[in-house]
Design a protein around this ligand. Structure first.
Ligand code: FAD
Ligand code: NAD
Length: 551
């Protein structure tokens, strides 16, 4: 059995290692056009920021390691030029000698990954402008920083790479400015959660230009679409990636609607004897069952292993993804899994959404807050997705939610999870439990929630409503929603007698708990529709602070 793999980073080398574990006799060759293999792209922002001191720690394995440990022949500096599926051969160029030759395979695995997207604007070839996709890119940025000592960095794009690099370059003492073509940072999050990220950037003194593309890059400036000019002696282009599919497409392999290679659960492409894995394939979303393109190292390693197993007669299958992702930004962790509210609505779900602000452990143990936004399906109660922005404990919660969604949990199931508790680790009722309780109340106990955005729309629409600030007067006086009446919870029972039961009421407090207590009182007093402001005054003020334009 001759297995040929194209690409030797995360997916390709995982496939080779698994294939060898399954089959000692297979002949395994990997062609890689680059010189670096099996490296941790995910660690590159931290190397640039000085957190990882030794470059070798990111790429501890070389071709000799794979030859000795796995009997796998990795040929770096070899680019595959064409596939010939009818003959089961491929054409390869040795980039050092220029020699072009054909090789044969019984099974072929495409692990060709993805490449950085460079916007079509003048100036991106200037020597101080870099993408960050490969180890070579990282080395070039590192060398430039060391030789030019830049002070002003502009980063184009506020996705994962843009924000991770923002933290790293700021840590080196550079003044970083972010430019984002969308009206929000962090494209995967809903706008309300993205505002929490924007708030933190502001706290850290990072200017962000939203809703603004780049027009051109000049020697010492980046000029934006609105012709404003930002000083820049280093520019990082982090404007997304595209799958490398040219080889596959030219060979007649079917691409999916996302533009990445379409595969089935055995990672078979549309042509026999050709599998694909990693950042070049699209995945099936576990909630919608629809194809999506969520290129991540976690998935590249998993799909590589599965492809190596399938190629050697194994029975593994790929179940799909939730797009679970996480990154750190200074003192915040930002994470998401499953569908955002925007995606869920676009997919046709009637959603119930909650915002829940809770510490990761008791305050007496130094608990730090996180804001959890959760999205559930009104019809079935199924949890569809979660986003979290917080100071601590976010990683643990997002993985609990990802597990729950994977197994089809309904919102009310969350409360019943038997989660570990002791004061150093969590609260007696964990933030995950609270999320379930709030969603269950909204779904099944007539305790509807209203988001800050929906409240703003209600106010603007001119429809009749009563807005009740249920906090103590001192808090109301320190700041409140303009049309709100101050009725602290202890005076609410009496005040309820004066309310028209047919006019909808919205209650709020700081984070939602007292707002919910006020909601209970008013519903008990016969008011027909009472909403609690989701995430309370806190989510409302985040909304107020940021208009489109500049954070
Ligand atoms: P790639 O890494 O793109 O490798 C594909 C290889 O195929 C390339 O080396 C390419 O040269 C080779 N190739 C392509 N065409 C040919 C050809 N014709 N002939 C020969 N060789 C070819 N993911 C996470 O889950 N968490 C993180 O924290 C995270 N952080 C990241 C940080 C950065 C800065 C970057 C850039 C990525 C990060 N990722 C992260 C994503 C993760 O690194 C990728 O998902 C992963 O590297 C994909 O692996 P891959 O093997 O599929 O593709
Ligand atoms: P991304 O898709 O996450 O973000 C790209 C951002 O650039 C978007 O916000 C987009 O609106 C913006 N943009 C696009 N064109 C622009 C323009 N002309 N001007 C200004 N902004 C523009 O992509 P990325 O940050 O480049 O990361 C690439 C991939 O690497 C991601 O898809 C992710 O899967 C992976 N990654 C993951 C992690 C992690 O999991 N922690 C970390 C780094 C990278």
């Amino acid at each position: 059995m001759k297995l040929v793999i194209i690409g030797a980073v995360a997916a390709g080398t995982s496939a080779a290692a698994k294939a060898r574990r399954n089959d000692e006799t297979a002949e395994i060759t990997i062609y890689e056009k680059d010189t670096d293999i099996s490296y941790s792209g995910c660690g590159m922002p931290y190397y640039l920021g000085g957190l990882i001191r030794r470059r070798e720690d990111l790429s501890p394995r070389n071709p000799a390691y794979f030859r000795d440990k796995y009997n796998v022949d990795i040929r770096t500096g070899h680019e595959v030029l064409a596939l010939h599926p009818d003959r089961k051969t491929l054409t390869v160029r040795n980039l050092t000698t220029g020699q072009v030759f054909d090789d044969a395979y019984d099974t072929l695995i495409l692990a060709t990954g993805a490449r950085a997207v460079m916007p079509p604007v003048p100036g991106l070839a200037l020597p101080h402008v870099f993408p960050l996709r490969t180890l070579g890119d990282m080395n070039r940025i590192d060398a430039f920083i060391k030789s030019h000592n830049p002070n002003q960095a502009v980063i184009l794009g506020t996705g994962f790479i843009g924000l991770e690099c923002c933290e790293s370059l700021s840590g080196l003492g550079m003044q970083v400015t972010l430019v984002e073509k969308l009206p929000q940072v962090t494209p995967g999050l809903d706008a309300d959660m993205a505002r929490l990220v924007g708030d933190h950037l502001r706290e850290k003194g990072i200017p962000v230009h939203l809703d603004n593309g780049v027009a051109r890059v000049e020697a010492a400036h980046v000029v934006l679409s609105d012709e404003s000019s930002l000083p820049a002696d280093l520019v990082i282009v982090a404007t997304g990636i595209r799958p490398n599919v040219a080889l596959a497409e030219a060979a007649g392999i079917r691409l999916g609607p996302t533009g990445a290679i379409a595969v089935d659960e055995r990672l078979q492409t549309s042509l026999p004897h050709i599998l694909a894995c990693g950042d070049c394939i699209e995945q099936t979303h576990l909630v919608t069952g629809k194809p999506v393109y969520r290129p991540l190292g976690s998935t590249a390693n998993k799909t590589g292993r599965i492809a190596g197993d399938v190629a050697t007669g194994g029975s593994l299958t790929f179940h799909g993804i939730l797009g679970t992702g996480i990154f750190r930004l200074f003192d915040r962790t930002v994470a998401q899994t499953g569908l955002s509210e925007r995606e869920a609505v676009a997919a046709g779900y009637d959603v119930v959404v909650s915002h829940n602000i809770k510490p990761d452990r008791p305050e007496y143990m130094g608990g730090r807050e996180m804001t959890i936004k959760s999205v559930a399906d009104r019809a079935t109660g199924r949890l569809l997705g979660v986003q979290i922005v917080g100071e601590a404990g976010v990683d643990k919660r997002i993985d609990v939610f990802a597990t729950a969604i994977t197994f089809g949990a309904r919102a009310e199931d969350l409360f019943h999870l038997d989660l570990a508790y002791a004061p150093p680790f969590s609260t007696t009722k964990d933030p995950v439990h609270y999320t379930g309780m709030i969603l269950e109340n909204a779904l099944h106990r007539n305790r509807p929630l209203l988001s800050a955005d929906a409240l703003a729309q209600m106010i603007e629409s001119g429809q009749p409503y009563t807005l009740i600030d249920a906090r103590v007067e001192k808090q109301y006086e320190a700041g409140h929603i303009p049309t709100a009446h101050s009725v602290p919870q202890d005076r609410l029972r009496q005040a309820a007698e004066t309310l028209d039961p047919d006019v909808p009421v919205v209650t709020y407090c700081n984070k939602g708990v007292t707002g919910n207590a006020a909601q209970n009182i008013l519903l008990g007093k016969g008011i027909r529709t009472v909403f609690n402001l989701s995430g309370g005054y806190r989510m409302y003020t985040v909304r107020k602070r940021q208009d489109h334009g500049t954070v």
